[in-house]
Design a protein around this ligand. Structure first.
Ligand SMILES: *Cc1c(COP(=O)(O)O)cnc(C)c1O
Length: 400
């Protein structure tokens, strides 16, 4: 018989009762170090007092009023994102897929208003992940995800990632935008090179094509800057955000330049829940932490520490880990044995991680983690892959 909860996930048999910082506690009293962070979403950790108090207080005042009225919390959040990014205007929604849908609408509408309604095609990347709505399945392009869901939505084409010549060759009179993740998350923590992002910006400028960045996973401080594209010294025309923005409370956003956003006049797009007082209060509390002086430096310092500890571990376990990649606290370890086995061994050692494509173990801890958390995580991962006392790890040892 089908479970009451539709079984679209293979869930680990763990249920958590509470969390504190980078730690999660199960209902039966076990404690885990959380380097999954709700898939790079619990950006300021579990039970952060400022986030908890803000949500409690806002919930007691007013949670939801609709976008038929002014929402001061949304106005404040939009202004802070504008003040701290390339953007001139921000639209709020509820998830990453929804933010990406909005981003495509912004781009097409801007092209139409510029006299090019025929420019509707979006050039996407092989290995992309943009979400599970019907249009974003087509932007993602993975045949496995599309199977059984009918004709793909038109006007999404795919080119190899990190290949500027492929983009140039794909751009035509109907191209509206190039859409990509500066760091591909789901397909295995693949970083777009600085030279590639800079060349993309130049090609887009030359051809009137818009640069649309999906920073749902790599944005909001994950790489040690508010947005990952800042490392390349470029700016996009439009950007999607979600995951870490609400620190676990659902919220997404489309950030755009004035030139792109000005087509989005009253009635062109909408949402019932998007940008409500409760979600925006939560995101403002997250930004209070992230935008505090020195916090991005702290993220970078934690990342540097983790990188060096992980590089040592890779040297000690060359039969398990082939390579480290990523940027900041978006870390991928490409595995030699099946990544699912490494993830399971880590879980038995009390460390939660996420898998990604390309046989990669994904480490995406809360951005607020301590130095001690970094050391403890790598120590647990070492125990998971090198221990010879536990029968549970023999699977890994035999592949060493
Ligand atoms: C998670 C993710 C999405 C989808 O976000 P949802 O909130 O699950 O809809 C889109 N793009 C990227 C890069 C993601 O990591």
């Amino acid at each position: 018989m089908i479970p009451a909860l539709t079984p679209t996930y293979n869930r680990a048999d763990l249920a958590f009762e509470r969390g504190e910082g980078a730690w999660l506690y199960t209902t039966d009293g076990r404690r885990f170090l959380d380097f999954a962070a709700g898939i790079a979403t619990c950006s300021i950790g579990h039970g952060h007092p400022h986030l908890v108090q803000t949500i409690q207080q806002q919930a007691a005042k007013v949670m939801h009023v609709s976008n038929l009225f002014r929402v001061p919390q949304a106005e404040k959040l939009a202004q802070r994102l504008v003040d701290n990014s390339f953007a001139d205007s921000v639209f709020f929604c509820n998830s990453g897929a929804e933010a990406n849908e909005g981003m495509v609408k912004f781009a097409r509408r801007a092209q139409a208003l510029a006299g090019h309604p025929e420019r509707t095609e979006i050039i996407c990347m092989e290995g992309a992940f943009h979400g599970r709505t019907l249009a974003m399945l087509s932007a993602t392009g993975n045949p496995k995800y599309l199977e059984g869901f009918g004709t793909p939505v038109a006007d999404f084409v795919h080119v190899p990632f990190n290949d500027i010549e492929a983009v140039k060759a794909a751009i035509g009179p109907r191209t509206a935008a190039v859409m990509l993740e500066p760091i591909q998350g789901e397909s295995g923590i693949k970083v777009a090179s600085t030279a590639y992002l800079q060349a993309l910006r130049a090609v887009c400028d030359e051809t009137g094509v818009l640069l649309a960045l999906d920073e749902v996973q790599c944005g909001i401080g994950r790489t040690g800057k508010l947005f990952a594209h800042e490392w390349a010294g470029i700016t996009p025309d439009v950007l999607s955000s979600a995951k870490g923005l609400g620190g676990g409370f659902p919220i997404g956003a489309v950030l755009a330049t004035e030139a792109v956003a000005k087509g989005m006049t009253a009635g062109t797009h909408g949402t019932t829940f998007g940008g409500n007082p409760l979600a925006c209060a939560a995101a403002n509390a997250v930004l209070d932490v992230l935008l505090a002086p020195g916090f991005m430096d702290q993220i970078q310092a934690r990342a540097t520490l983790l990188d060096s500890l992980l590089d040592d571990l890779i040297k000690q376990a060359p039969g398990v880990f082939a390579e480290r990649r990523g940027l900041g606290l978006l870390i991928g370890l490409r595995c030699i044995p099946p990544v699912g086995e490494v993830q399971a061994a880590a879980q038995r050692a009390g460390l939660l991680c996420v898998t990604a494509g390309d046989n990669v173990l994904r480490l995406v801890p809360p951005l607020t983690l301590t130095e001690e958390d970094c050391r403890e995580a790598v120590s647990r991962l070492r125990q998971a892959v090198l221990s010879n006392s536990s029968a549970d790890t023999t699977v890994l040892e035999t592949s060493l």
